[in-house]
Write a protein that binds this ligand. Structure first.
Ligand SMILES: C[S@@+](CC[C@H](N)C(=O)[O-])C[C@H]1O[C@@H](n2cnc3c(N)ncnc32)[C@H](O)[C@@H]1O
Length: 282
């Protein structure tokens, strides 16, 4: 196992990478409006150099590579080699020549100080074991006066994409409460929490905004359940020891619960996320 995979969270992401690779097109489509909002908050324009931390199977890196154009450059990083291989494969198939890939964690970025115009992370910072250390590193490698922008989930109860599934699953599989600062998708779903850490890390002009959009993709409720139950290690773990009958019952209940969010047979969940952004002091 790679030296990088030193904690449980990374081992979970290692196990999840196969499914993020399998579903990368759906993931790209469903979060495309979020990526556009991130690009806006990060003030990304043509010709810039951009660092993406926790780039997963390639987003937002590949969309940003198009936004910065041939004179710009993106460094897509993630601790999981399979995620990066998937991202690189997609970049090649799209003919993108201005993006590179590097396996590393957020808290030890192998780049010189003051290198990038912008540093971003989409849905990554919640999983850093030490978010303050990760944000300090992101600021270190950003040029003075450069931007940093981070996307995190807002509360689960504001996101039917999340709560409709967890409500059904929790009726069948008991779960213990999550520690407030444990790595988890909703760790920063609280007004001001991530912004406060970004300020402590040294950013100025720190701003927080809520992004409302539709998580949309051309998939059916049945495909949605396959997708959701595969891309989440938390769900895979809960389902792992259930009988075939129990799994089928949960699948049917979830498909029933989400049906109103599939107008015309295609998925469209109203969603709410948070973008925290700031500037590196000059
Ligand atoms: C929810 S995925 C987000 C992937 C991608 N940015 C996206 O929005 O589709 C979270 C990513 O965080 C990465 N990750 C987990 N722990 C990390 C750490 N300590 N440093 C950097 N990335 C990490 C995982 O490997 C995974 O690819």
């Amino acid at each position: 196992m790679s030296q990088v995979l030193v904690n449980d969270t990374l081992q979970e992401w290692q196990a999840t990478a196969t499914y993020w690779t399998k579903h990368h097109n759906t993931i790209r489509t469903m979060f495309a409006p979020l990526t556009r909002a991130l690009i806006k908050q990060a003030h990304i324009v043509q010709g810039q150099s951009v660092l993406d931390v926790a780039g997963g199977a390639g987003e937002p890196s590949l969309t940003i590579a198009q936004a910065v154009g041939p004179l710009g450059f993106v460094m897509c990083t993630d601790p999981i080699a399979e995620m990066l291989a998937s991202a690189e494969h997609e970049a090649l198939s799209r003919g993108l020549e201005n993006v590179r890939f590097w396996q590393c964690t957020a808290d030890t970025l192998p780049f010189a100080s003051d290198l990038f115009d912008v540093a971003v992370s989409r849905l990554g910072v919640m999983f850093f074991p030490d978010p303050l250390a990760g944000l300090r590193e992101m600021l270190r490698v950003t040029k003075q006066g450069g931007r940093i922008a981070l996307v995190v989930w807002d509360r689960s109860d504001l996101n039917p994409y999340s709560y409709l599934v967890t409500q059904v699953v929790s009726r069948h599989v008991p779960s213990s409460p999550i520690e407030p600062d444990a790595p988890d998708a909703f760790r920063f779903a609280e007004e001001g929490k991530l912004a406060a850490i970004l300020k402590v890390a040294g950013a100025i002009d720190v701003n927080e905004c809520v992004v409302k959009f539709d998580i949309a993709a051309p998939i059916s409720p049945e495909e949605f359940w396959d997708f959701r139950s595969e891309i989440s290690e938390v769900l895979r773990e809960k389902l792992r020891n259930l009988s075939g009958d129990e799994k089928e019952r949960i699948a049917n209940e979830v498909q029933h619960a989400v049906r109103e969010f599939f107008p015309g047979g295609h998925r469209r969940f109203p969603a709410q996320m948070i973008i925290v952004s700031g500037t590196k002091r000059s």
